[in-house]
Design a protein around this ligand. Sequence first.
Ligand code: GCU
Length: 343
Amino acid sequence: MRFMRRLFTSLLVVLTAVGLSGCSAFDSITGGKRIIRIAHAQSEEHPEHIGMLEFKKIIEEKLGDKYEVEIFPNELLGSAQKAIELTQTGAIDFVIAGTANVETFAKAYEIFSMPYLFTSQEAYHEVMNDVDYMKKLYNSTDESGFRVLTWFDAGIRSFYSTKPIRTPEDLKGQKIRVQQSPASVNMVKAFGAAASPMSFGEVYTAIQQGVINGAENNELALTNNKHGEVAKYYSYNQHQMVPDVLLGNTKFLDSLSDEEYDIFMEAAQKATEVEMEEWGKAVEEAKDYAKNEQGVEFIEVDVQAFKDKVVGVQKEMLEDNPDITDMYEHIQEVNKKYEEKEQ
Ligand code: GCU
């Protein structure tokens, strides 16, 4: 693995140089085809990778005389933040990243880090699948050098640790890794724990070495990223549903003809459909494996007790960031629709 990382670091240096100079040194290597490079942080078994294989298939089927798609999983081209920067400069063309990593580039994305924002998965899916509604947000980063094409379900985030968390009080004194997002740092502090922001790839070793006690994520982090080997307690407090998004370099997207652009959008949409079909299955498999093979204990908690701790965070976020107001109100309406259906 270390060798692979070193190899890809060298590749990265070349890619950065190519991207910055804007030349297409790689074209000749592949007989004139433009290589589309996509980075993400997950393993090759992860639903997002499977979704992106569909993206690759569609692009190569429909535009294969011109483009070849290469997918770099496992943070091989660097952490999410680094890979976003590479996409901004055009060193690579696409990256999948959690919206928490996009916050530093566009404050409107903070909305998804708000704890207990969505009150059901149905509401979450409806909001995110509303392509027309999301377009405004997705296109808002054009000036920063990238545009979002689509989203991927990244489940529900909860805490997991080397020490059991049964009530919010159990978080006191624990050091919990969060994504590199100020909103998530504030949330974890409000829960009473110490927040330690770091990239996803660093979490396993940090738990193993006792630098942190735990982290927070969906169930796949236990298996795909092996965190269940080092953290044996997963508590269903369900504080966030943070989507992942597929970002593309604006210049590249704008260089496409209308017909090509439509094909890229269609491929992105199909990737989301495939990913979502895989997601539910993947969560069930992850739970099963974590419980039976890794010995992880899944703990049901009183979610309301956790919600009560972060009411102030929601309020503060709304006061401090006017960029999230519209989206917040929209989500409340969708939430309400599903809450009424429940009754
Ligand atoms: C999830 C999510 C990633 C994110 C990661 C994290 O796995 O899908 O996009 O980077 O959590 O916590 O960093």
